[in-house]
Design a protein around this ligand. Structure first.
Ligand code: CU
Length: 146
């Protein structure tokens, strides 16, 4: 009788230990994932500025960006609807932005001024020949003294 009781309680202890280890491993795993994500973001932030740009018919959001000369700029560009382009000729940038994927562009502006960026992939217009829609889809990058 005494033996049976002791075997039962040992079984419970082992099950509890396994459960405890699983809980601890889960917490450690979640902490690790969060920590990794934060350190990547911090590393990018330390190196420069990260700007998210969303393209949609027929505008960029934001359509005005201000950065400092000599500071590393990382653009994370996405499209909400159809395929667009992102062309910033002053810095030799021209990318195709497909919906559902991120395009990451990194550059260091070496001159001050206001530079236009525009859509470089035809993405439609309100009616044919309107000269609107895609044709006026643009924004401005302002580079100020750092
Ligand atoms: Cu377009």
């Amino acid at each position: 009788m005494a033996k049976r009781t002791s075997r039962k309680s040992r079984g419970i202890v082992i099950t509890d230990l396994i459960a405890l280890v699983l809980v601890i491993l889960t917490f450690v795993g979640v902490f690790f994932v969060v920590y990794q994500h934060q350190s990547t973001q911090e590393a990018l932030a330390k190196e420069g500025v990260v700007i998210h740009i969303e393209a949609k018919q027929w505008a960029f959001s934001p359509d005005e960006i201000v950065v400092k000369k000599g500071q590393k700029v990382t653009l994370v560009i996405t499209s909400r609807d159809v395929t667009h382009g992102f062309m910033l000729s002053a810095f030799d940038i021209n990318e195709v932005i497909n919906p559902g994927s991120e395009v990451i562009v990194t550059f260091i502006p070496d001159k001050t001024g206001t530079f236009e960026f525009r859509c470089s992939v035809y993405c439609g217009e309100p009616w044919p020949g309107s000269g609107m829609g895609h044709w006026v889809m643009r924004g401005y990058l302002k580079v100020i003294e750092g």
